[in-house]
Ligand binder design. Structure first.
Ligand SMILES: Cc1cc2nc3c(=O)[nH]c(=O)nc-3n(C[C@H](O)[C@H](O)[C@H](O)COP(=O)(O)O)c2cc1C
Length: 228
């Protein structure tokens, strides 16, 4: 009888010991699975934390769609009646290693045309939103450019109408336009935003920037580093 009870106790203890072993061998497996899950989560959190812009671009699809034939090239375009904007456009082209294109009016502006508040030619054009002064020449390979920097002087708070002529002459879909202006004292105001409607909705515009006469190459470089 005693031997029977001892045998039974042995069996019970053996069975309990077996369960204990099974439980302790499951635990690390469970923990390692949890660890892996946590590691994967923290990795993805790390990725999201360290490269938010990449995650945003991938999910939001805000990257402009490149048009076929478009290369990673920049064109600096400018109109300048008295040379101020021209100097800064040259700086921008040098900094970006970009091509440079001057918007040349078919009918050059004389000093009298430019005298403001005289109801001269420039005043009249600025007073007429539909004025489109003709441009001499054109950009043959516009499709190759991914970015277009465009510079103009402020004329009565706005871009000269010849800038409208230029923007309406090409398809800027998928391109990024970086506008800047020079002026005597006015800010860029709404002058750049008022140009958006002249291009397709697929055109990407950066915020415009106004520079004063005599702005240095370094200041233009700082702007381009921020904006591009
Ligand atoms: C017709 C005309 C209108 C102008 N209107 C303004 C103006 O509203 N505000 C301002 O600060 N400067 C005005 N200016 C001055 C020019 O914006 C400034 O001198 C500019 O830097 C000239 O650039 P450019 O040498 O490249 O032509 C005007 C100049 C002209 C000829």
């Amino acid at each position: 009888m005693k031997r029977g009870i001892s045998l039974l106790l042995c069996l019970v203890m053996f069975a309990l010991a077996g369960c204990g072993t099974a439980a302790s061998s499951d635990e690390p497996e469970l923990n390692s699975t949890q660890n892996e899950t946590q590691t994967a989560q923290s990795k993805s959190e790390d990725t999201a934390d360290s490269k938010p812009e990449e995650a945003g671009t991938a999910s939001s699809g805000q990257e402009p769609e490149k048009e076929p034939g478009m290369e990673n090239k920049t064109l600096v375009v400018y109109f300048s009646a008295t040379g101020t904007t021209e100097t800064l456009a040259e700086y921008a082209a040098e900094i970006l290693n970009a091509d440079l294109y001057e918007i040349v009016p078919e009918e050059p502006y004389t000093e009298a045309d430019l005298a403001y508040y005289t109801d001269g030619r420039a005043d009249q054009e600025q007073n007429d939103p539909s004025a489109r002064p003709a441009i001499s020449g054109s950009v043959d390979n516009m499709q190759e450019y991914e970015r277009v920097v465009i510079g103009y002087p402020i004329w009565h708070g706005q871009a000269p109408r010849i800038i409208s002529t230029f923007l309406e002459s090409y398809d800027f879909s998928g391109k990024t336009i970086l506008p800047f202006c020079t002026s005597h004292s006015s800010g860029i105001g709404s002058s750049a935003e008022n140009l958006h409607g002249l291009c397709s909705e697929q055109t990407n515009w950066t915020e415009g920037r106004r520079f004063e006469a005599g702005t240095s190459l370094e200041t233009v470089r700082e702007w381009l580093e921020i904006v591009q």
